[in-house]
Ligand binder design. Structure first.
Ligand SMILES: Cc1cc2nc3c(=O)[nH]c(=O)nc-3n(C[C@H](O)[C@H](O)[C@H](O)COP(=O)(O)OP(=O)(O)OC[C@H]3O[C@@H](n4cnc5c(N)ncnc54)[C@H](O)[C@@H]3O)c2cc1C
Length: 380
């Protein structure tokens, strides 16, 4: 049999793009299908821990990202009202840099690294059929393709998850996040009034606001909140614009630097934080899941994309070790070697306790997916 073995990745988000790059670098024939017709630089930052930078090293992107992002030396947790430091965690010494960066900049660099003729925009997956020897994929533009295995990196509303486990809406967590960028003159004025930490989380009562630089030059600052909100009342939208008056009211008991930061911000958006209970299975037949398609979480540990990228690295390792023809063993090995860690991060992130008090974060940042021995459970 000399048929070329093909892999399809659904979704070119932070997890899917990583999956495509790692598999292509390992020599697999991989096509990536993304529903969006183009990606825009949406106003949001992201933390990339050393656990993830070790994977960007493998992708050949570590140096480029280091040049783009800010390198905070500490994560500082402050009392939101008094600004008193309640915890401080070092962000150096874990075998790679800790970066805070603009999410769009990082993603654009990832997209550039994919084989461009294997990246297909404007392809919304609408149908999946598994056969004995392949999977048929149908897209909303009427096109159809086939692959030997299909990796669902298609986010919290994953079509691949739905195919494996049935239709089930995500759970609204009862929390929203506000996001906004501060730049230019507004940032200069803010800096003249207050000394801004490179990476800080302000905690007070039931809500918090996390703020950090998104560029090496520190010429862009970003905040993201976590606020209880009884019901998500903007059905069908993944985010909505938010009036600053609502934010002033939400953070009225916070330190004056927070009011000033809100005042200085550009467009504020508001996002529902959705979730799912742990899935009973991560793969079925020729289909396998990663990232938010598999274990979405509230973002309070700043490791959601991190877990998607760690999944991509582990799944690549398993496919390389077992070979594509033994995809079932590879999928089992992947699940056995990812479930415990992803579930632990999901649990702590959902509980929003990480670095609320002094603790050692090296279990998160010191992790190296490439240094983990692959454990295979012996069937009973
Ligand atoms: C407010 C907020 C702040 C966050 N901050 C951080 C942080 O600092 N650090 C961190 O690590 N994580 C953070 N996260 C979490 C992180 O954004 C997600 O965990 C991460 O984006 C998941 O990546 P993914 O590739 O699995 O899914 P996604 O990024 O959702 O990508 C899925 C992709 O699949 C595409 N797609 C979906 N359906 C289809 C279809 N049917 N056909 C084709 N394509 C499809 C989508 O268009 C999208 O491009 C944050 C999340 C939120 C909400």
């Amino acid at each position: 049999m000399n048929k070329v073995k093909k892999i399809a990745v659904i979704g070119a988000g932070l997890g899917g793009a990583s999956m495509g790059i790692l598999l292509q670098k390992a020599g697999f024939d991989v096509d990536v299908y993304e529903q969006a017709s183009v990606f825009s630089r949406l106003g949001a930052g992201i933390h990339i821990g050393p656990n993830i930078m070790k994977i960007f090293r493998e992708m050949g992107l570590e140096k480029d990202l280091e040049e783009m992002g800010c390198h905070p030396e500490q994560w500082i947790s402050r009392n939101g009202n008094t600004a008193e430091v309640i915890a401080e965690a070092p962000l150096t010494g874990y075998g790679a840099a800790y970066l805070t960066i603009h999410r769009g900049d990082m993603h654009a660099r990832q997209i550039q690294e994919l084989q461009q003729d294997k990246l297909h925009f404007g392809k919304r997956l609408v149908g999946v059929e598994q056969h004995a020897d392949a999977v048929t994929l149908r897209f909303d533009d009427g096109t159809v393709t086939q692959a030997d295995i299909v990796i669902g990196a298609d986010g919290i509303n994953s079509k691949i998850r739905e195919t494996i486990l049935g239709i089930e809406a995500p759970l609204y967590s009862g929390w929203v996040a506000h996001r906004a960028i501060i730049s230019g003159e507004n940032l200069a004025k803010l800096k003249a009034q207050f000394e801004l930490d490179d990476c800080v989380k302000w905690w007070y009562e039931d809500r918090h606001i996390m703020a950090y630089c998104t560029t090496k030059a520190r010429d862009e600052y970003y905040f993201v909140t976590g606020v209880p909100h009884p019901a998500w009342d903007f059905q069908g939208k993944s985010f909505v614009p938010c009036d600053k008056a609502e934010l002033f009211e939400t953070f009225k008991d916070f330190h004056p630097s927070i009011t000033a930061m809100i005042d200085a911000s550009d467009n504020v958006t508001k996002w529902p934080l959705n979730n799912r209970n742990p899935l009973p299975i991560w793969s079925h037949g020729r289909l396998v899941l990663l990232g938010d398609a598999c274990h979405p979480m509230k973002p309070h540990m700043a490791q959601g994309a991190g877990m998607a990228i760690e999944d991509a690295a582990m799944l690549t390792r398993c496919l390389v070790q077992e070979g594509l023809e033994n995809y079932q063993q590879a999928f089992n090995l992947y699940e056995q070697n990812r479930k415990e860690r992803a579930s632990q991060v999901q649990k702590v992130s959902n509980a929003n306790t990480f670095l609320k008090t002094q603790e050692d974060p090296s279990w998160v940042y010191g992790y190296d997916v490439y240094a983990q021995p692959l454990h295979a459970e012996v069937p009973a």
